[in-house]
Design a binder for this molecule. Structure first.
Ligand code: CMP
Length: 136
């Protein structure tokens, strides 16, 4: 069993599709094992997205991800990291595969509804950052 960190971003919360997104994961055999909802600070957002510091899209990304409440989840399942990335689809909804969350619901490559850990190493780091208080 593998764990991954998923964010349901402020654009998706605003669109009232938290349930639709969680449903996609659950119907693909993934289990929600932790969940929190809050509006995060800029400092915390910079920690989450530290690998993107210095990139051209960094400042607007931080403004977007802190603009309202989001949901952070830990999902667990077989091959969870890869499976979730497939369910989410490509960063850019214009090229995302049919039926993926981003194809269905994302507006553009910033406001793209969901984030998921991209490797076991980032899953470990992100789960510790968001849910370090839990004894998992
Ligand atoms: P996410 O999977 O959360 O990881 C980094 C985020 O940066 C990404 O989703 C998008 O929201 C955003 N992002 C990545 N590339 C671009 C880009 N070229 N322009 C704007 N935003 C981007």
């Amino acid at each position: 069993m593998e764990k991954s960190l998923v964010l349901i971003k402020p654009d998706a919360v605003e669109k009232n599709i938290i349930g639709k997104i969680i449903d996609k994961y659950e119907e693909n055999g993934l289990k929600v094992i932790a969940l929190r909802m809050e509006t995060i600070s800029k400092d915390f957002a910079c920690k989450h997205y530290e690998e993107h510091i210095g990139k051209s899209f960094f400042d607007p990304l931080i403004a977007f991800i802190t603009k309202g409440p989001l949901c952070a989840l830990i999902l667990e399942g077989e091959n969870a990291i890869e499976k979730i990335r497939e369910i989410n689809g490509s960063t850019n909804p214009e090229v995302a595969e049919e039926g993926t969350i981003r194809k269905l619901y994302a507006a553009n490559n910033r406001e793209n509804c969901v984030h998921a850990s991209d490797s076991p190493k980032s899953a470990e780091r992100e789960i510790k950052l968001w849910f370090g208080n839990l004894n998992l």
